[in-house]
Design a protein around this ligand. Structure first.
Ligand code: FAD
Length: 412
């Protein structure tokens, strides 16, 4: 096979890949992105957190994102029976961007990738990594061009795996670990929502807890074009005995939540229905000789707080800045400067995800008389500022959540 020499190869052109490659390019490095699909392509993960904005800006893409006509998002709302709580991301303990966006990922990911390309990143679409040999001095990747089956190899100084659910390097370098979270699945679609409920706020994601099964929840993520992403999440066993047909299954779940039944009463269900399960994943290491793992190619927790793209972008920024230093001849410590700091925020989210499912955090969220300062601290985490150690609910998340939940339960 023909062998090509490259400096940095990025696997995948999702948000992780585009942000990392643009940051590296802006620092003067040659970057090649290999993406197996043609863009635009569908992927789930449509509600961004405020902290994403920092990385979009760092990658030089903020103006393009601001001008793209995306649905502005100011926060998150939670509903359970007649309980309803709103968080406003413009009022957080941690200073930072407040508003963010709700996006169709097909066009959003294309926008980011085009922005990376416009800054000099080379992207080859419909080219798939099919093998990786990491035994030599430099990684050697085997690539198949999907349009004609032509295969070739690339030797690179460094590879960044941004392949998301493709999990290319974890699979090929035997790095996969099962997640500590149980297997859940989601069923979802985009609906033409026709929402006329005056209480429904298009500028927030709405998370609804199932009236009886508190581990089952729904997302409603409105877009700017009159459509809304609507999905239900539960343990696999919650889907046993439900209709096999995804459309009937989703509609049945939605009809069980009175608020959603009301909000979506005029909805037109004219888009494909999809399902995804077993998405939580972990890895033995986030880096190794000649490579680092970004975004979902590394670890994915759970969709409930929309943290996926934020963690992905944060990992891209950390890795790109470290790799820049390494390529300029500095010695860097990938464990101490990449894995450890990245995992801090992931662990914060893990606390609240686990608290969501064991209902301690739900009891906090649905508590009717929160202290404003505590609410701003919790709101910071929901807005994505899960790395801010000044926030006691980050620095000491497990103990703080346990104490707060106890308080809410005894007063609630
Ligand atoms: P991706 O966006 O998946 O991109 C990876 C790219 O790599 C793809 O384009 C793929 O084609 C390419 N690729 C894969 N294999 C190869 C290969 N062999 N060769 C070349 N290219 C390859 N996150 C949020 O922030 N907000 C949400 O509201 C949200 N909701 C979610 C709901 C559900 C049900 C689930 C499961 C997840 C949700 N997420 C959400 C998480 C979100 O989907 C991911 O965190 C996010 O897409 C990660 O981005 P990425 O760039 O790492 O990977």
């Amino acid at each position: 096979l023909a062998v090509e020499q490259q400096q940095v190869v990025v696997i995948g052109a999702g948000p992780s890949g585009s942000i990392a490659s643009a940051i590296l390019r802006r620092k003067g490095h040659q970057v090649l992105v290999l993406e197996r699909q043609q863009f635009p392509r569908f992927v789930i993960g449509e509600s961004l957190l405020s902290h994403c904005i920092d990385f979009i800006e760092e990658a030089g893409m903020l103006e393009a994102v601001r001008n793209a006509g995306l649905q502005v998002k100011h926060g998150a709302a939670f509903g359970w029976g007649d309980r309803y709580t709103e968080f406003d991301f413009r009022d957080t303990f941690t200073p930072g961007a407040g508003s963010t966006y709700q996006v169709r990922r097909a066009s959003f990911d294309k926008l980011l990738a085009d922005q990376a390309e416009a800054q000099g990143v080379e992207i080859r679409y419909q080219e798939e990594i099919i093998a990786v040999d990491n035994s030599g001095e430099q990684p050697l990747l085997t690539v198949r061009r999907l349009t004609d089956g032509y295969c070739y190899q690339i030797r690179a100084s460094f590879m960044l795996d941004a392949s998301g659910y493709g999990r290319v390097l974890p699979r090929m370098l035997d790095l996969e670990l099962p997640s500590s979270l149980p297997v859940r699945k989601a069923v979802f679609s985009h609906v033409r929502d026709n929402i006329d409920d005056p209480l429904f706020n298009r500028e927030k994601i709405l998370i609804t807890t199932h009236p009886e099964m508190r581990d089952v929840w729904y997302w409603s993520i409105p877009f700017s074009d009159g459509y809304c992403s609507l999905g239900v999440v539960g343990l696999e066993e919650r889907f046993v005995g439900r209709p096999e047909d995804l459309e009937t299954c989703l509609k049945e779940f939605v009809s069980e939540a009175p608020n959603l039944k009301r909000i979506f009463k005029n909805a037109v269900w004219d888009q494909p229905f999809r399902t995804l399960g077993g998405y939580s994943a972990n890895v033995k290491s986030l880096h190794g000789k000649g490579f680092a793992l970004l975004g979902n190619a590394a670890e994915f927790l759970d969709p409930v707080f929309s943290s996926g793209v934020t963690i992905a972008m944060r990992s891209s920024s950390l890795a790109a800045n470290l790799l820049d230093r390494q390529l300029r001849g500095e010695s860097v410590d990938w464990e101490q400067e990449f894995a450890v700091p990245l995992k801090k925020g992931v662990e914060t989210f893990r606390t609240y995800v686990e608290g969501w499912y064991d209902t301690s955090f739900q009891d906090v969220i649905y508590y009717e008389n929160p202290q404003p300062e505590v609410k701003r601290m919790v709101c910071s985490i929901l807005a994505g500022y899960a790395w801010d150690e000044n926030n006691p609910y980050v620095a000491d998340s497990r103990r703080r959540l346990a104490v707060l939940a106890e308080l809410c339960r005894s007063n609630g």
